[in-house]
Design a binder for this molecule. Sequence first.
Ligand SMILES: Nc1ncnc2c1ncn2[C@@H]1O[C@H](COP(=O)(O)OP(=O)(O)O)[C@@H](O)[C@H]1O
Ligand SMILES: Cc1ncsc1CCOP(=O)(O)O
Ligand SMILES: [Mg+2]
Length: 275
Amino acid sequence: MFTSLLENVVQTRPLVHCITNYVSANDCANLLLALGASPIMADAPSEVEEITSHAKALVLNMGTLSETKLTSMLLAGQKANQLGIPVILDPVGVGASHFRKQAAHQLLSTIHFSVIRGNASEIETLLTDKSISIGIDVASPKTVTPYTIQGILQLATALSHKTRSIIAVSGKTDLVTNGYMTYAVFNGHSDLTRITGTGCMLTSLIGAYCGANPSQLLEATVAAVGTVGISSEFAHQKCELLQGGTGTFRTLLLDAVSLITPIQLQGGLHYEIYT
Ligand SMILES: Nc1ncnc2c1ncn2[C@@H]1O[C@H](COP(=O)(O)OP(=O)(O)O)[C@@H](O)[C@H]1O
Ligand SMILES: Cc1ncsc1CCOP(=O)(O)O
Ligand SMILES: [Mg+2]
């Protein structure tokens, strides 16, 4: 099943419209190209509706949010909903400020998201409105009680029911749920946490997979999670051989996504299903 999801990306080369942050925008665009999708980053209010109307998926990333970008997200998101194009939210650092929390409320009450992808602290903030992490990373286990898989599953399921969205919670184990059925994906390497933007890159790839597979959004999201996880394992192995550091790993991750085959994705995915 996962083979065809990647084949569909390569065959249809979906245009993915990203309204995103200036930190990881270039990495996201390159990773989308590496997978076989076609990225366009555009955030001017005057053009976003037109660009969304040509796209197969819309990714809204709150990483460097501004009032203008929020206006653009609302315009583009409503256009995508009218046209039935999947919209994916990455609530980067949502607990870091009142502005981000209010913006997330406005986005969630105006737009229906097919998928919301965040780390456990971001997902908890969306559900409870509490500032769990004040940065862009998951809260440190030194400051909060460490998350358990059961705890994360409860948060994700509740948010899924509240928003009618698929929720993808990234971490050592990634959980992807539609509120009733959950995939736990065990792939990945901790090197992913040592470079910035890997969460954003994952969210962009969810856009590509959902754009190419709009009738299989749950499995498309799992395929994106698996692609990043498996690619990071390949990249880590090569990086060790080269005695490389984090800069090398960043490049090798891009290489691995550009080289992963549908068979490697299917064969390398390590997951369980909970119902
Ligand atoms: N401890 C970890 N071990 C292995 N992979 C991880 C770990 N933490 C996060 N990842 C992976 O890193 C990527 C980014 O996830 P995450 O760090 O949670 O997002 P964000 O950067 O938005 O906080 C995901 O593919 C996730 O599976
Ligand atoms: C460092 C930083 N600051 C604002 S957005 C951003 C990148 C966040 O990327 P990710 O959530 O994927 O680590
Ligand atoms: Mg993030």
